[in-house]
Design a protein around this ligand. Structure first.
Ligand code: G4P
Length: 533
């Protein structure tokens, strides 16, 4: 007889959780797909989700700037239930608001959904986000979207995913036609044709579809002959030359299952979502580091532990508060829990927790591994902090990402210097921007760097709004950077490039263009240039 479980309820809750992020290049359809997932489920909790578009999901108004621009600047999360599972979606902002937060949020996910526009294929931002998935071995499912529009050949798209991202693609469904002739998909595992019925509702309702065995003569009656023949010949080719889907390889991040559909029309969304629930892993063991440098893995059934992946200020202007978002990695979280705060080396009580923090704040009673909890915080928490019931370890360090925007900043009037220093220090601790050490004799204007350009606007806005300091910001001409590994004395630095130090003292090379960066890599074959450190 198997041994009775020591944590039956905890194990049950872990098994039914799926925590993921959606990655895509702007406009590929991330927002639309997210909305459709909600359509198919009962929404439980929501926070500042997606963009502000009339008639769509409510958006947060956490920052005045967000209201002015009508976009969501910081990542947030929401939770809902689908077919007995508890789904946590972490929002990873794209567009201009792409930032360190976007990357850090990904580390809190157990899986990612990559949305690709069928006409455009793999685009720049998808590549960057995918690099983080690879680094953290986060399994990725791919949804090729907008099949209702004229797009590229699905075989071409699959090859592009494989080549651009260095991963095998294993299609679990395959489109029947595309553009105006998009009739449905073939579910390859069941060898069934799933034929969509167009509705006039414009995607506001679940899509109706009819499922028939592929060999059923009715399929040929309903689908244009040439379209069906092309889909079948693609399938034959895939049988011979395609990659088999193996769940282990997927969980290791070596294979991505591919799905095709149209998020706007709900075509293929339900099929995809069901496959996602079946394939995506529940929260598993997470890497932790011990004080002696040893790396271990901590099971989700271990006593409570979590780490802070995001700090967000001013979510509610009346309270002027700062929220620390933590991802629960193991054990059960309950309000008023006493935990060990590893960086501060002391015990803290986790009071006033909030679930994903909707505008009307809901107080959370319990959270399990995979869930995200927002804690009201002034100066106690920083990004990367580990909290746990037992102490003595930290969760794997969050990676640093190549900044692409660089500037000098100083207070407009000298008498604001003290408040400026304090504000800047706090905002750096929150991860809004990073400070770089850069010796060019201008010690009075610290050099700041960010992944997303909008971060500088956020920085200036918050220094003005929260610290009452007007600032002058001068952008520097650098456009990309890389950490240098190897002997600096022997490194040949291209003209117009510069060398700075990050907060950890590592050398960061700054380049005025990608071309210069490539040149530096070519001319220094014995050195390594890293985008992620
Ligand atoms: P994003 O979050 O990845 O940036 O993309 P988003 O969902 O906002 O989609 C970008 C645009 O593409 C939207 O059009 C959206 O309606 C459209 N779209 C998304 N999925 C599909 C699809 O399957 N088929 C087609 N034909 N279009 C799709 P928009 O004009 O920018 O906004 P809206 O006025 O339609 O809301």
């Amino acid at each position: 007889m198997p041994e009775p479980s020591a944590h039956p309820e905890l194990e049950r809750e872990i098994a039914r959780r799926r925590t993921f992020a959606i990655i895509s290049h702007p406009d590929a359809g991330k927002t639309t797909l997210t909305e459709k997932l909600l359509l198919y489920s009962g929404l439980l909790r929501t926070a500042g989700m997606v963009k502000n578009r009339k008639g769509k999901l409510a958006t947060s108004d956490w920052m005045g700037m967000e209201q002015e621009r009508g976009i969501s600047i910081t990542s947030s999360a929401m939770q809902f239930e689908y077919k007995g599972l508890v789904i946590n979606v972490l929002d990873t902002p794209g567009h201009q608001d792409f930032s360190e937060d976007t990357y850090r949020t990904l580390t809190a996910a157990d899986a990612a959904i990559m949305v690709i526009d069928a006409a455009k294929g793999v685009e720049a931002q998808t590549r960057k986000l995918f690099a983080v998935c690879r680094l953290r071995r986060i399994p990725v499912l791919t949804f090729v979207n907008k099949l209702d529009l004229p797009g590229r050949d699905p075989l071409d798209l699959m090859t592009e995913v494989e080549q651009a991202l260095g991963i095998h693609g294993a299609p679990l469904d395959w489109p029947i036609g595309g553009g105006r002739e998009f009739a449905g998909v073939i579910d390859r595992r069941r060898m069934e044709a799933v034929l969509f019925q167009k509705t006039a509702a414009g995607g506001a309702k679940r899509a109706e579809f009819e499922t028939l065995p592929l060999a059923d003569p009715r399929v040929a009656e309903k689908v244009d002959e040439a379209v069906l023949a092309k889909a079948k010949s693609d399938l034959e080719l895939l049988e011979i030359a395609g990659n088999r889907f193996e769940r282990d390889a997927f969980l290791q991040g070596e294979v991505t299952p591919l799905f095709f559909g149209s998020a706007m029309n709900n075509f293929g969304v339900e099929l995809f979502f069901d496959a996602f629930c079946e394939l995506a892993p529940p929260p598993g063991a997470r890497a932790i580091d011990l004080p002696d440098g040893d790396r271990r893995h901590r099971e989700p059934t271990a006593p409570f532990s979590a780490y802070v992946f995001k700090i967000q200020a001013n979510m509610d202007r009346r309270h002027r508060d700062v929220l620390a978002f933590m991802r629960v990695c193991s054990g059960v979280f309950e309000p008023d829990l006493m935990v060990r705060h590893e960086r501060l080396g002391k015990a803290v009580r986790l009071t006033r927790p909030h679930s994903m923090v909707a505008q009307a704040r809901e107080t959370l009673d319990v959270a399990y591994p995979g869930d995200v909890v927002g804690l009201i915080n002034r100066e106690v928490f920083r990004i990367g902090d580990t909290l746990s019931a037992d102490g003595g370890f930290v969760h794997q360090k969050l990676p640093a990402f190549q900044p692409e925007h660089f500037a000098r900043i100083s207070p407009r009037v000298t008498s604001d210097r003290k408040r400026f220093d304090k504000g800047l220090e706090q905002l750096i601790a929150e991860g809004t921007v990073q400070r770089l050490g850069y010796d060019d004799g201008d010690g009075h204007s610290p050099m700041v760097a960010a992944v997303g350009r909008l971060q500088f606007e956020v920085l200036q806005y918050r220094l003005r709004d929260e610290y009452g300091v007007e600032t002058v910001l001068t952008q520097l001409p650098y456009q990309c950077s890389a950490w240098l590994v190897g002997d600096f004395a022997a490194f040949k630095l291209p003209m117009r490039s510069a060398v700075a130090r990050d907060a950890a003292g590592r050398r960061l090379l700054l380049f005025v263009s990608e071309w210069d960066k490539k040149l530096a890599a070519r001319e220094n074959p014995d050195h390594q240039l890293l985008d992620l450190a």
